[in-house]
Design a protein around this ligand. Sequence first.
Ligand SMILES: NC(=O)c1ccc[n+]([C@@H]2O[C@H](COP(=O)([O-])OP(=O)(O)OC[C@H]3O[C@@H](n4cnc5c(N)ncnc54)[C@H](O)[C@@H]3O)[C@@H](O)[C@H]2O)c1
Ligand SMILES: [Zn+2]
Ligand SMILES: [Zn+2]
Length: 394
Amino acid sequence: MKAVTWQSTHQVSVQDVPDPQILDAGDAIVRITSTAICGSDLHLYEVLGPYMEPGDVLGHEAMGVIEQVGSGVTRVRRGDRVVVPFNISCGHCWMCTQGLQSQCETTQVTEHGSGASLFGFSKLYGQVPGGQAELLRVPHAEYGLIAVGSDLPDERYLFLSDILPTAWQGVKYADVPDGGTLAVIGLGPVGQFAARIGVHLGSRVFAIDPVPERRAMAARHGVEVFDQGPDGVKTIREATDGRGPDAVVDAVGMEAHGSPVARAAHQVVGHLPKPVGQRAMETVGVDRLAALHTSLDLVRRGGTVSLSGVYGGVASPMPLLSMFDKQIQLRMGQCNVRAWIDDLLPLVEDPADPLGVTDLITHRLPLEEAASAYAMFQKKHDGCIKVVLDPARR
Ligand SMILES: NC(=O)c1ccc[n+]([C@@H]2O[C@H](COP(=O)([O-])OP(=O)(O)OC[C@H]3O[C@@H](n4cnc5c(N)ncnc54)[C@H](O)[C@@H]3O)[C@@H](O)[C@H]2O)c1
Ligand SMILES: [Zn+2]
Ligand SMILES: [Zn+2]
């Protein structure tokens, strides 16, 4: 089958790889009909290169139709249309029963001290072949797969695999009081949904992003938008009685713009020989902290900062004096996809499309065009906000 493979930092290519097989009674094989590129894939494209092997199959946002199931899978069957959550979780360990599927004790990658295994996400998360491919092997399919109806198009359901529950969890963790204010830093796909979810749940929502078309998209959904820089921060503070918003969602993560020194360090780490690069990741601060520092600065005293954006360095400097003095609550983590699906499924199926899931994709391309699609998404060329790859399209 054809699959998008990581080759080296800034280089992915579509290759022929062996078809996946059922290896365990709990597996299913899904024929992929839509698979998206995520901001998280961009970390593999650059700074997490030391944890990748040439040939690793990428992708963790996928849906399709079941082609085959193992003998232990009875809840879904061949022919069912399904969405694949990006975390691989068992559903019955202690963490899963607490709704912490991203910490699943059955699939944790203990060798690297990581939480649950993830599709297409480096050795740190189990080196499981990903979903930017014609076929995907899904372990723990009995619990993981989300069965969906056959009437609505893929774009309604696809984002249940990751960014919609990620944004939902980010906003839930932000814990905005009734009628309160929320700021979202970063208007990539995750930030777009976080901001719209904030509006949907009744908050006044501000957002900051340097890219004009991303701001314009958010503004269409009732979000008050600002360019990156001190003016936006000042205006948001003034609009919130000088205190700052009740909560801030950081939807940027470790590759923030506006951190020139760390940006250089990042590019160096991505290109170092593997052992040296890994040691650098594990001993120095490689995060570009501009968005996190903006979040901590902007939130009101006693407010909450919720990190949806991923951070990866182990020694990144944090302004603890001001965090402590401002009495900031900080929440974060990989999304527990399965925990939020019952809340989200009715919203994506609602004909009124209250979260605007049909207004996000800017490019739907053949899988074969993955290399240029990754470059376009990273550089934000051609108005690119969200790319969906279609393995059936030539
Ligand atoms: N927690 C999870 O489970 C989870 C799941 C999916 C994605 N993520 C993470 O969410 C983050 C965003 O993902 P995405 O797909 O939206 O990616 P993206 O790269 O398209 O979005 C990032 C956005 O932030 C903006 N930005 C950069 N620096 C900024 C700054 N200093 N101030 C304001 N805006 C800034 C960029 O212009 C861009 O629009 C990534 O870190 C990704 O890894 C986390
Ligand atoms: Zn993702
Ligand atoms: Zn589990």
